[in-house]
Design a protein. Structure first.
Length: 82
């Protein structure tokens, strides 16, 4: 008898995208990967989906903070040379 629960793949996809989103949080357009991880995590019904959703949220926050820091550094740098 096979008692293994069959998943739908959204959880694994969310987990993989969440990990990639965390690794590439410093890239300008990695927020797309983080949003996809959150969406797939919301559609999933297992623990991998929850982990991927959390990593997607953390990656999205990191991406926003790093984008803000880079933007402020450019503004301050341009003001210092003027």
């Amino acid at each position: 008898m096979n008692l293994k629960k069959k998943g739908n793949g959204y959880g694994v996809a969310s987990l993989v995208l969440g990990i990639i989103g965390l690794i590439t949080a410093w890239l300008p357009f990695s927020f797309i990967i983080d949003i996809l991880a959150i969406i797939f995590g919301a559609k999933s019904n297992d623990g991998n989906g929850t982990a991927g959703k959390v990593m997607g949220i953390i990656g999205l926050i990191l991406n926003g903070l790093l984008t803000l820091i880079i933007f402020l550094a450019l503004i301050i740098g341009m003001g210092a040379t003027a």
